[in-house]
Design a protein around this ligand. Structure first.
Ligand SMILES: NC(=O)c1ccc[n+]([C@@H]2O[C@H](COP(=O)([O-])OP(=O)(O)OC[C@H]3O[C@@H](n4cnc5c(N)ncnc54)[C@H](OP(=O)(O)O)[C@@H]3O)[C@@H](O)[C@H]2O)c1
Length: 320
């Protein structure tokens, strides 16, 4: 065991934001085929605060836990057998998900092939905002719905981390994009490629737009958004239900209407991250970072995230 230690945000008991404490812990060492990455920035996702509170992926973790799945940093050391990365390489990833990855820390280790080259045009903070949200949007639109040009795609919670990337990926795939968000976000969402915007606080979305081929549902059962989405999906269309899987209410309504449904749990995929980096570097996709926090203020970042009003992403700056 290395004598070296590192700063990390740990959870010793599941609970509120105060459960996050900054500690010195042992620095991990890469096994064969793994890399040790010095983390410059760590993205924050709703699954982080859900898990911290004992929900989300808590059942798959052991305490004490270092939270965090999104990292951008620099390869410090490579384990035996690694041939595609070398010390000094700038990489980003969502390693290990849903197993613990320990992203809120100065170092992580993970299989080298879960990492992709960081988009060259982005800072580490911007790159760390991407992996989990971008892979979710990509796996929903590209791998699950197989969206093609001319299709109509409705994105719920379009202003959030996953949503603002889903709008851009759907547009890039040639779709007509309808986005739900509060009105102050509409001009920005149109810049990102939304063709129609709906303020869900003023209008029921199912009364504000015509039939769509695909619904990317980032809300789920709240306000009955999932089952209500059946009303806008064409027969044979698809609702990808992302937050909590396919609820009984959604399954029943969709079954009656001949609408398909799918749950989705994001998976590590370095090849997709490479494709996403190319899109970002080409200028076709951009990432919005609403605010950054130093690692020591992870609890403050969670408090803000849990208000459910984030435009784009929140990111922890780890490197000092
Ligand atoms: N299954 C998976 O693998 C997976 C992966 C990623 C995320 N998720 C889940 O998907 C959800 C979204 O994740 P995220 O990272 O995008 O969250 P986020 O960034 O925290 O989402 C915040 C956004 O949600 C919008 N919003 C809140 N309520 C809304 C509503 N009723 N209708 C439309 N927009 C609403 C807010 O916009 P306004 O202020 O404009 O309302 C805000 O911009 C979370 O529940 C997350 O846990 C699941």
């Amino acid at each position: 065991m290395s004598e070296q230690t590192m700063r990390a945000v740990t959870v010793k008991e599941f609970g509120g934001p105060e459960a996050l404490t900054v500690d010195r812990v042992a620095r991990p060492e890469p096994l064969p085929t793994e890399v040790l990455v010095r983390v410059h920035a760590a993205g924050i996702n709703p699954v982080d605060w859900k898990t911290r509170a004992g929900h989300g992926m808590a059942g798959l973790q052991t305490l004490p836990l270092i939270l965090g799945w999104d990292v951008s940093g620099v390869v410090e050391e490579v384990g035996f057998g690694v041939t595609t990365l070398a010390p000094g390489d700038e990489v980003y990833a969502m390693p290990w998900f849903p197993r613990p990855a320990g992203g809120y820390a100065e170092f992580v280790t993970a299989p080298s092939r879960q990492f992709a080259r960081k988009p060259a045009s982005l800072s580490h903070v911007e790159a760390a905002a991407l992996p989990l949200a971008a892979l979710t949007a990509w796996q929903a639109l590209v791998d699950t719905a197989r969206v093609t040009g001319g299709q109509r795609v409705l994105v719920h919670a379009a202003a959030g981390g996953v949503g603002h990337l889903a709008v851009q990926f759907a547009k890039h795939l040639g779709a007509e994009v309808i986005a739900t968000a509060r009105e102050p976000r509409h001009a920005w969402l149109k810049e990102l490629g939304a063709d129609e915007t709906i303020d869900y606080t003023r209008q029921r979305f199912e009364e504000a737009t015509g039939q769509v081929d695909v619904v990317i549902d980032l809300i789920g059962a709240a306000d009955g958004t999932d089952a209500r989405s059946v009303a806008v999906a064409r027969p044979g269309g698809l609702i990808v239900s992302i937050p909590g899987g396919v609820s009984d209410a959604l399954a029943a309504a969709a079954g009656q209407a001949g609408v398909r449904t799918s749950p989705l749990l994001v998976e590590p995929d370095a090849a997709a991250l490479t494709a996403i980096a190319d899109l970002v570097d080409s200028g076709a996709v951009r990432v919005e970072v609403e605010r950054t926090f130093p690692l020591e203020q992870a609890a403050e970042a969670h408090r803000l995230g849990e208000t459910n009003r984030t435009r784009g992403k929140l990111v922890l700056e780890v490197a000092q």
